[in-house]
Design a protein around this ligand. Structure first.
Ligand code: ZN
Ligand code: FE
Length: 265
């Protein structure tokens, strides 16, 4: 099993595209290429040749570069079988429970509906890397653009079952805004307070806060913490089931976004 060499490319306002390089086989995949030019530039800088595109879901800020990259490089495009009609240029369809091998680097594919119906993630176990698109963010989660809160909660529960040392390669730099909301529902969480200080310091210097570790998300991401008594108290839902509490946290985040119009997810 080969470990991936992972390169992060910040594009557009707050998107991250990743290059996944499998050195033994000489393969390189672009994960959710929102655009093509910065990806081609990064490939040139690295001296890597694009062989694949891996998509998590159909939104344009994830597939926008697909066709131009395919035309420029002849790469093979991998995406969700259930969303094949809206993944531009798709060649290989994958679904829940399948393995996708980028040379010797093995990804477990999981279907995680909620943000969109056909959202999938790629978990490269041996590289401790989860490419989760817009499902889980640092201190946040995706908005419900097609799915239900129940679907997204079930999906997040699947991801929470992965090891603590899993690096969460999400698709957006939303961390600071997410953390501001997180503090509003769990101000007494010391791990959260200290994480936010680190995040603020990094963002002041323009440094990326992604990836984070799943263990860190467990301790600080309010969407993974419906069992926190402080959160339950803050939102006025004591001793209810996790789904009801998660749903209310998601509702509150939507209201928070509406007030702070610079926030999207
Ligand atoms: Zn999206
Ligand atoms: Fe997105």
């Amino acid at each position: 099993m080969t470990k991936l060499d992972i390169h992060q490319i910040p594009v557009m306002r707050d998107n991250y595209v990743y290059l996944l390089h499998e050195a033994d086989a000489g393969l390189t995949a672009a994960l959710d290429p929102a655009v093509h030019e910065p990806v081609l530039e990064a490939l040139k800088q690295k001296g890597w040749i694009l062989t694949h595109i891996l998509n998590t879901h159909h939104h344009n800020d994830h597939v926008g570069g697909n066709l131009a990259l395919k035309e420029a490089t002849g790469c093979t495009i991998v995406g969700a079988r259930i969303d094949k009609h809206r993944i531009p240029g798709i060649d290989i369809e994958v679904s829940d429970g399948e393995i996708y091998a980028l040379g010797g680097a093995i990804a477990n594919v999981m279907e995680v509906p909620g943000h969109t119906k056909g959202h999938i993630v790629y978990w490269f176990d041996a590289s401790d890397a989860l490419f989760c698109g817009d499902t889980m963010f640092a201190m946040g989660c995706g908005r419900l653009s097609e799915g239900t809160a129940e679907e997204l909660w079930t999906s997040l529960t699947k991801l929470m079952a992965l090891p603590d040392e899993t690096r969460i390669y999400c698709a957006h730099e939303y961390t600071q805004a997410n953390g501001t909301f997180a503090l509003s529902v769990e101000p007494g969480n010391k791990a959260l307070v200290s994480r936010m200080k680190e995040v603020d310091a990094k963002r002041a210097k323009g440094i990326s806060t992604v990836p984070s570790l799943l263990g860190e998300e467990r301790r600080t991401n309010p969407f993974l913490r419906p069992d926190s008594s402080e959160i339950q108290q803050k939102i006025g839902l004591r001793s209810q089931d996790n789904l009801s509490i998660f749903t209310e946290i998601r509702n509150r985040k939507d209201k928070f976004n509406a007030i702070n119009s610079q926030y999207f997810n």
